[in-house]
Write a protein that binds this ligand. Structure first.
Ligand SMILES: Cc1cc2nc3c(=O)[nH]c(=O)nc-3n(C[C@H](O)[C@H](O)[C@H](O)COP(=O)(O)O)c2cc1C
Length: 310
């Protein structure tokens, strides 16, 4: 088959990269050359984070204000058949380096008319960030041909607790009371199973089938209650982010104060309000059933290529 694909990736812990590597693991056997290109923010974001730094990136993540990134060399990947972007959500939006990647004029030119597969590794809220990725792709004339979105499968409040332990205290491993943070190792390992449909699409040129096959393999999951929380959270985050950004850049008077208020707001919403929001969602599900079905299709389906003839 002798083809070439490129994987652009950003990952602090290596999780998003590990998933992408597993997806591409068996491609070399089908003579597909995989070129990896790291998206490098300058300066790098800390990992593990201090709690100040973790909240400091909230307004820019939500508002899509990019950071500086190292220029990417694109000459050697002009002949690729597929572009993979491996990324992660920050605050229900793409991470800031991923905003920077998609807003780079060189990248936008490169992506025009290209086929793109999205790979994300998140806690459990990836839907609104993915909407933004779809917008970026549409704007630069690329078509999304598939999405792989792996999550931490533990209950919402458990995964919040473990991710804070991981991202801020650097402790990922399980304890007596808590499971390990992040996407389960077994799920990352199993991501190699998504390589087969990819090989089929690359060899047949039928991209129409790829996302359907990935869906059947459970490559992306839609949890309607979490999507409901996300939709509302994303809107409210927008209000907070604009208000904080109006106070100025890092170090501006008033910004730190508002970020502290946001921090208390966020934890009280997650631990005190979201359980009731989720309960409310399930109780009122019969009233919104059709809307939920439609949203599920929009999130998991790909109208952009489903509408195209093979
Ligand atoms: C600042 C920040 C905000 C995050 N916000 C979200 C979020 O909104 N939804 C989510 O599912 N995960 C969120 N996460 C978790 C990441 O999406 C990701 O799973 C984790 O940071 C590991 O990614 P890595 O591949 O960069 O190591 C957040 C992480 C960070 C650092």
């Amino acid at each position: 088959m002798s083809q070439k694909i490129v994987v652009f990736w950003y990952s602090q812990s290596g999780q998003a990269l590990d998933i992408a590597r597993q997806v591409c693991r068996d491609l070399s056997r089908a003579e597909v050359q995989v070129v990896y290109k790291e998206i490098l923010p300058r300066p790098a974001y800390p990992f593990p984070w201090s709690s100040e730094a973790f909240f400091e990136v909230f307004p820019e993540s939500r508002l899509g204000i990019p950071c500086a990134i190292e220029p990417l060399s694109l000459e050697d990947v002009q002949d690729v058949s597929l572009v993979i972007v491996a990324w992660q959500p920050w605050y229900l939006s793409p991470s800031i380096p991923i905003h920077a990647f998609f807003q780079s004029p060189d990248v936008q030119t490169f992506l025009k008319n290209r086929k793109v597969l999205s790979i994300t590794g998140s806690r459990n809220m990836w839907v609104m960030a993915m909407e933004q990725i779809r917008t970026y792709l549409r704007e630069c004339g690329a078509s999304l041909v598939g999405q792989i979105a792996l999550n931490d499968r533990h209950a919402n409040l458990i995964s919040v607790t473990t991710i804070v332990r991981w991202l801020i205290h650097g402790k990922k491993q399980k304890t007596r009371w808590l499971p390990a943070a992040g996407v389960a190792d077994a799920d990352i390992e199993a991501a190699s199973g998504f390589g087969m449909p990819l090989i089929r699409a690359l060899s047949s040129g039928n991209w129409h089938a790829l996302n359907h096959e990935l869906r059947e393999l459970g490559a992306a999951t839609y949890n309607p209650a979490l999507a409901f929380v996300e939709q509302n959270g994303h809107r409210i985050f927008g209000v907070w982010a604009r208000a904080i950004a109006r106070k100025g850049a890092t170090g501006s008077p008033g910004r730190a104060l508002m970020l502290t208020a946001f921090r208390y707001y966020l934890f009280s919403v997650i631990y005190l309000v979201s359980p009731f929001g989720i309960l409310f969602f399930w109780l009122t599900l019969p009233l919104r059933f059709k809307k939920v079905q439609k949203h599920r299709e929009r999130v998991l389906g790909l109208p952009e290529i489903d509408d195209q003839p093979n």
